[in-house]
Design a protein around this ligand. Structure first.
Ligand SMILES: Nc1nc2c(ncn2[C@@H]2O[C@H](COP(=O)(O)OP(=O)(O)OP(=O)(O)O)[C@@H](O)[C@H]2O)c(=O)[nH]1
Ligand SMILES: [Mg+2]
Length: 224
């Protein structure tokens, strides 16, 4: 059962995401019963992209390190942070540990020719807009198209960040519904500052990478 669960997603023999199986397979005592359950592991590259200063670094830092910095230091090129997301599936005696390699791609557009090489091999993306700047939501369009051209039709979640800045919000729900519908990817709202919905978004993408729905979905609307 557990191997089948894994093979749905990554059993292509390409090296990335191969399950631990056989004699050396790690096993852990199930906390909820007297039985044992299998621990599967996989590594996935995901990209986080979007316009400058929308909060890509901040969202990743909130998820990977649980911290937030008011200062703004633009990201040059691309940088990578890691976090392992544990996924559990009801009724199955297995847990999947997804080692996420989270690539932040600079929003600065200085070296556009490099972008396809950053996207290559990505199995999912979080594309971020800023709740206080509607043009960053309009630009999601071009980020999605650029990403899909290089990475193919892999899961994408659109995120409108900075929902803690309620007074300055320039949020266009109709536009977001349109983009979401056009590209068939869900959109969520988050705040890296107070942490609202950030974990949920990464968890939702991780479940999508595993070909599954999360046990409980993230909130769609306002995140704070
Ligand atoms: N209030 C508020 N500020 C945020 C939030 N997320 C990020 N910021 C601030 O917005 C600014 C830009 O954040 P970054 O995370 O550096 O933005 P970025 O998208 O990585 O920018 P580039 O690397 O230049 O593409 C910083 O001053 C952050 O502190 C948020 O959820 N709420
Ligand atoms: Mg950055």
């Amino acid at each position: 059962m557990a191997a089948e669960l894994f093979l749905k997603d990554g059993g292509d023999g390409a090296g990335l995401g191969r399950p631990f199986e056989g004699k050396g397979a790690p096993r852990t005592l199930d906390r909820h019963s007297t039985g044992w359950y299998r621990v599967l592991e996989a590594t996935k590259k995901i990209c986080v992209l979007g316009d400058p200063a929308v909060g890509k670094t901040s969202v990743i830092r909130r998820y990977a390190l649980d911290c937030f910095d008011e200062g703004y230091l633009t990201t040059i090129g691309a940088r990578v942070l890691n976090r392992t997301q544990v996924l559990r599936f009801p009724g199955q005696s297995a847990e999947l540990r997804l080692h996420l390699k989270i690539w932040e791609i600079s929003g600065q557009n200085r070296h556009l020719e490099l972008y396809p090489s950053y996207y290559l091999g990505a199995e999912g993306a979080i594309i971020v807009g800023d709740a206080t700047r509607v043009e960053t939501q309009v630009n999601l369009w071009k980020w999605i198209e650029g990403f899909r051209a290089a990475a193919g039709r892999v899961p994408i979640i659109l995120v409108v960040n900075k929902t803690d800045l309620m007074d300055e919000t320039e949020f266009d729900l109709e536009l977001m519904d349109e983009i979401s519908h056009e590209f068939r990817c869900p959109f969520r709202m988050s705040s890296a500052r107070n942490g609202a919905n950030v974990d949920n978004v990464f968890r939702e993408l991780a479940y999508q990478l595993a070909g599954r729905k999360p046990l409980s979905g993230p909130r769609r609307g306002r995140a704070c």
